[in-house]
Design a protein around this ligand. Structure first.
Ligand SMILES: [Zn+2]
Length: 294
């Protein structure tokens, strides 16, 4: 995204550093991602969009797809691997090799719509993974949980009206991308939170709105759009979550997954721009996913 941009490579370094510092490195398996194929991407994006974006990378410098979303010469390779990571994770988890997986990827994905890049996002990684679970693993009910501070407009764009996908989300409103208030279908459970809301409001939204919807839906797999930018230290938003809130919500999701989904969870990184808070919060999330307690 260019120099001094919050969506920076150091985000992934912070997560890795915290995983090592907390002694988790030897307790979790690591896999390198393979790039998503055109067929996998075209399950949720238009083929024309995939081709146009893939051809748009500059040979030097930056090219802007929208005012917030730039490509450098390496961005498409990274974006293909980000989406491919979620596909790989779905294969590992649905194939029984792993119970859970966390995809530490950039660029993020949940703002990318069927035919539009938006908000630092090129391909919608979590949506590509959900579509892969449906198409390649024969699942018929997948839930997407999105706790990024921004509304996942792209994911909603792709699955609105699709009975095979339940989406539950919390997000600050008003805030970019200023969508998500419509609750267009019973399978889109959007809970806006006012600026300044903290752990109490977030936990109430999860307990009162998400958990009943998830229990009713009985998902066979839960995917998570794991953005950590609702943290109180984050510079891009105004919610007041703590590291502990991320461990707590992950525990609640894991409980639902244990009952209905054989424990299967695939989580993928979205936002989170305060580097230390991102590393701490993502580690709290991974600890629970790995069954190491909160
Ligand atoms: Zn975000």
């Amino acid at each position: 995204m260019g120099p001094d941009h919050p969506e920076c490579p150091e985000r992934l370094a912070s997560i890795s550093d915290h995983v090592i510092a907390l002694g988790l490195d030897g307790l979790i398996a690591r896999n390198e991602a393979t790039p998503a194929t055109r067929e996998q991407l075209a399950r949720v994006h238009s083929g024309a969009y995939v081709d146009a974006v893939s051809a748009a990378a500059p040979s030097s410098g930056l090219r802007y797809l929208d005012p917030d979303t730039a490509l450098n010469p390496h961005s498409i390779e990274a974006a293909l691997h980000a989406a491919g990571a979620v596909v790989n994770a779905v294969d590992l988890v649905c194939g029984g090799e792993r119970k859970t997986a966390f995809c530490a990827v950039r660029p993020p994905g949940h703002h990318a719509e069927r035919a539009r890049a938006m908000g630092f996002c090129v391909f919608n990684n979590v949506a590509v993974g959900a579509a892969h679970a449906l198409a390649a693993h024969g699942l018929s009910r997948v839930a997407i949980v999105d706790f990024d501070v921004h509304h996942g407009n792209g994911t909603e764009d792709m699955f609105e009206g699709d009975p095979r996908v339940l989406m539950v989300s919390t997000f600050q409103y008003p805030l970019y991308p200023y969508s998500g208030l419509d609750n267009p279908s019973p399978l889109m459970v959007n809970v806006p939170l006012a600026p300044g809301s903290g752990g109490a409001e977030f936990r109430a939204a999860v307990a009162d709105r998400w958990l009943p919807a998830l229990a009713d839906y009985k998902p066979q797999l839960i995917l998570i759009s794991a953005g950590f930018d609702a943290h109180r230290e984050d510079p891009l938003a105004n919610l007041q979550l703590s590291d502990d809130d991320y461990g707590w919500v992950t525990s609640r999701i894991a409980e639902i997954a244990a009952v209905h989904a054989g424990g299967r969870i695939v989580s993928t990184l979205e936002g989170g721009y305060a580097l230390s808070a991102l590393g701490r919060s993502a580690t709290a999330h991974v600890r629970v996913l790995a069954g190491l307690g909160s």
